[in-house]
Ligand binder design. Structure first.
Ligand SMILES: NC(=O)c1ccc[n+]([C@@H]2O[C@H](COP(=O)([O-])OP(=O)(O)OC[C@H]3O[C@@H](n4cnc5c(N)ncnc54)[C@H](O)[C@@H]3O)[C@@H](O)[C@H]2O)c1
Length: 205
């Protein structure tokens, strides 16, 4: 089973824009609670049927690092990685292998036009959905990937993430000059700074 649904700091559940006033975060429900519950349901179903199963959840490279522009999203993906690592020894009594894949940037509708602009998204610097789908099939089907595997896939290649002491991902430089990098940072932080300016105590003058 592949668990793919997810949202990326959408307008209705967004750390910096903060549209949810009287409840928790829908983004956490969608990205964390639901995949975890679905995994539990898969275990129950497999035990009832007496059949083995394999579950692969999509996390993200954001679950290994962090992003000031997407702190809630990164937190949800860290949660999935923590959950899958915690399942490492569970297969012997559930019959279900649980793994996760951590893609870098992928060219999908998750990157709406405003997000493309904010994150300086370029199609030629992103994976294709097929790359991730193939990685998920490998994780589900191949014995070399045991329960609890955390698998990174990016433009720099693939690797299994160790439980401790994770080295930074190998990556090419962005190829941007200083001016382009400054423009990229401005685009990334602009919407956050604008929102926070609106929350500042108004000047007495
Ligand atoms: N695109 C990327 O760069 C990227 C990178 C790393 C990880 N991911 C992860 O990959 C997964 C798939 O995302 P994608 O890039 O294909 O984006 P996408 O927007 O194309 O797909 C996300 C899917 O989740 C579904 N979904 C969202 N909320 C839902 C809900 N409440 N109930 C049921 N379905 C819901 C959407 O309908 C959509 O089909 C997500 O978990 C995302 O976080 C994406």
């Amino acid at each position: 089973m592949r668990i793919c649904a997810g949202v990326f700091e959408p307008t209705f559940s967004n750390f910096w824009q903060d549209p949810e006033q009287d409840k928790g975060y829908a983004q956490v429900d969608i990205n964390v609670s639901h995949p975890i519950k679905l995994t539990r349901l898969a275990i129950k179903k497999s035990l009832q049927r007496g059949k083995r199963a394999s579950v692969c959840i999509i996390a993200s490279i954001g679950g290994l690092g962090g992003s000031i522009a997407a702190p809630l999203y990164c937190a949800t993906k860290h949660a999935i990685i923590g959950f899958v690592k915690s399942m490492t020894a569970s297969e012997s009594f559930t019959g279900v292998k649980v793994t996760t894949i951590c893609p870098g940037l992928v060219h999908t509708p998750l990157f709406t036009n405003d997000k493309k602009e904010q994150y300086s998204f370029h199609e030629n610097k992103a994976l294709k959905p097929d790359d991730v789908a193939r990685g998920m099939l490998d994780l589900i089907q191949k014995k070399q990937y045991g329960c609890g595997t955390v698998f990174e896939i990016s433009m720099a290649g693939t690797r299994v993430i160790p439980e401790w002491n994770i080295a930074p991902p190998s990556a090419e430089g962005t190829g941007q000059n200083e001016a382009e990098m400054a423009a990229g940072l401005k685009a990334l932080l602009g919407p956050i700074q604008e929102k926070l300016r609106g929350e500042m105590k108004k000047s007495k003058l």
